[in-house]
Design a protein around this ligand. Structure first.
Ligand code: ADP
Length: 165
């Protein structure tokens, strides 16, 4: 069994994240989706809400485990879980520099843990930040976030995000 850790803020999970998880399952038997709680990004959704949205979106697929990752280094978390692969998605050239630095820093911190990248496809333009911005302005998010996430965003912003509904 080969497992990988897919860590992120997931504030909220998008179809872009989901496509990386689905592609990851082609290469790995199990994926641990680790939700970062100690993030400088001041997430809009609580860690519990973010985990719940991920679980809902993954429809009880037993190859996916949703966990929280509170503090410390990702490589230490991976080691505790007995996992040696960190999975990341690459959207555009803009992601590359930061990801290259992080992957090499993690390799320096623990050479036994390797970062594996999957190229974004259909959802390369989707980020959680842009999703929240569009939702706050009443944008139609159908097809780029799971329906449960779109509903949560509508409640959060107290408005209809799907103009066709
Ligand atoms: P963080 O910003 O804390 O890294 P994110 O949840 O934004 O957390 O992203 C987690 C991972 O998912 C990153 O590797 C990121 O590049 C990737 N990712 C985010 N959105 C997409 C997308 N639309 N398509 C492919 N990969 C994505």
């Amino acid at each position: 069994m080969t497992a990988a850790i897919y860590a992120g803020t997931f504030d909220p999970i998008t179809n872009g994240h989901i496509s990386i998880i689905r592609s990851g399952l082609v290469a790995f038997d199990e994926i641990i989706v680790a939700v970062l709680t100690n993030t400088k990004k001041a997430p809009m959704f609580s860690v519990e809400e973010r985990m719940e949205m991920i679980k809902d979106a993954m429809n009880g697929d037993d190859r996916i485990t949703v966990d929280r990752f509170d503090d410390g280094l990702l490589v230490d978390y991976a080691r505790r879980k007995g996992v040696r692969v960190v999975l990341r998605g690459l959207r555009a050239v803009g992601d590359f520099e930061h990801e290259l630095q992080m992957a090499n820093m993690n390799r320096h911190l623990d050479p036994d843990i390797e970062t594996v990248f999957i190229m974004a496809s259909d959802y390369f333009f989707v980020s959680s930040t842009l999703i929240k911005e569009a939702a706050s302005l009443g944008g139609d998010l159908q097809g780029i976030v799971p329906e449960g996430v779109a509903a949560k965003l509508r409640v959060k912003f107290g408005r209809q995000t799907d103009r066709r509904a």
